[in-house]
Design a protein around this ligand. Structure first.
Ligand SMILES: Cc1ncc(COP(=O)(O)O)c(C=O)c1O
Ligand SMILES: [Zn+2]
Length: 397
């Protein structure tokens, strides 16, 4: 296996056992816990000047903090997305600055590319020839794209409610697609059946592969560097499984431990009221979520009723002095429309929850007035333009 110098292997977040990344490929062989890539941070020699001297051209410019070298990566120069100033929102929220990290500019239009570039690279390193996953849509599209690029076959299970663009593009990338009637849980069950019948499928499922949250770390590295090493006060993140939130939490601690920043940004999980297990657990002071029995939100990426990594997500919110906020679907769609109208930026509905959540925090008076607030736009609005447009129709427009 070709790994970076400081990458030492995988540690189980549940039992603490450590494994060589060549042997352990997915969940913990001892307890089935989540495996997390580990580094010898003393061996990493990264300072602000070194990073500034590199072109801002890909998330792989942080390769010392990733398991694989850029040279070995299955990459389309994903990441390096703009952090766009939003003065009208800053005015509206009554804060110093609002910036949107626009992940819609990624190769397949979402931040899922950051996870799949690392996970598919791991698959090639492990000698896989077929990869598989269940997805609400965007991760499946990204997986099909990266698998195609690597010459791997992909098997993608999507729920019938996932968007047309996702389904069309899985096919266009040459993926083998199974559309399952129902919701993400139904697609997940069909995927498990498929996996049980095919020993050689390499799962790309979040927190089954240790590498998707690892790729998402780079969002935080970029945000901090784009702010000239100022740590934002607040980051709102549209939270389903919490993969990106955990990635950013890990990244912030790494940058702090490397002496590149002093403080952690307050991380806020934004969810849709129709499926808000993290918000409920946070508000009730619990260390773990309780599964949502009847999840129902138009935000497909957020309709995750049973997020297995909830203890880690809740730790991130509490350790960073952040929080959790849920808003209703109509407010989320309205936030997406308002951002498009006022700032020009196009947010996919799932991601508009992060804007809606920030709006709600402002309305609750949670901001002092001088904060720098970063909102994650995890996906391009045109992925679900029909959903945004139909919100206007509900208003008679
Ligand atoms: C556009 C979009 N935003 C947010 C999410 C949720 O991401 P996470 O699993 O990191 O919480 C998804 C997941 O499907 C998504 O597609
Ligand atoms: Zn374990």
């Amino acid at each position: 296996m070709e790994t970076t110098q400081a990458f030492v292997g995988l540690e189980c977040v549940d039992c603490g056992a450590t494994f060589d990344a060549a042997d352990a490929t997915h969940r913990c062989p001892d307890c089935d816990g989540i495996l997390d890539p580990q580094y010898e941070y003393d061996a990493i020699d990264l300072d602000r000047e070194t990073l500034a001297s590199r072109p801002f051209d890909s998330m792989w410019r942080y390769e010392e903090l990733l398991p694989f070298a850029r040279e070995a990566a299955v990459t389309m120069d994903e990441g390096a997305t703009p952090l766009v100033e939003c003065p009208s929102l800053a005015d509206e929220f009554g804060v110093g600055r609002v910036l949107i990290k626009d992940e819609g500019r990624n190769p397949t239009g979402t931040f899922k590319d950051r996870g799949q570039t690392v996970a598919v690279t791991a698959a090639t390193q492990h000698g896989a020839s077929e990869v598989a996953l269940a997805s609400a849509g965007n991760a499946g599209q990204a997986a099909a794209a990266y698998a195609g690029r690597a010459g791997l076959e992909s098997h993608v299970y999507l729920p019938s409610r996932s968007g047309f663009t996702n389904k069309a593009m899985v096919n266009v990338h040459g993926g083998d697609m199974t559309v399952v009637g129902g919701r993400i849980g139904d697609a997940g069950a069909a995927f498990e059946e498929g996996l049980a019948e095919h020993d050689d499928w390499y799962p790309l499922q979040t927190f089954v592969t240790p590498y998707r949250h690892e790729g998402k770390k780079t969002m935080l590295y970029e945000i901090v560097e784009q702010l000239d090493w100022e740590t934002p006060d607040v980051i709102t993140y549209p939270t389903g499984g919490g993969v990106g939130l955990i990635g950013m939490y890990k990244a912030a601690r790494e940058f702090r431990d490397l002496g590149l920043i002093d403080e952690l940004p307050a991380l806020y999980a934004a969810q849709a009221s129709g499926c808000a297990p993290i918000v409920e657990a946070f508000e009730e002071g619990r260390a773990e979520h309780e599964p949502v029995e009847h999840p129902d939100t138009i935000c497909g990426g957020l309709e995750i009723p049973d997020p297995g990594a909830s203890p880690w997500i809740l730790e991130a919110l509490r350790e960073t002095d952040g929080g959790a906020v849920a808003t209703d679907d109509p407010d989320i769609l309205e936030a997406g429309v308002q951002v498009a109208k006022r700032e020009g930026l196009e947010m996919v509905p799932s991601s508009a929850a992060a804007a809606s959540g920030a709006w709600e925090l402002a309305e609750r008076g949670e901001f002092d007035g001088d904060e720098t607030v970063v909102i994650l736009n995890t996906g391009a609005g045109n992925k679900e333009a029909d959903v945004l447009r139909s919100h206007l129709m509900s208003q008679g427009v």
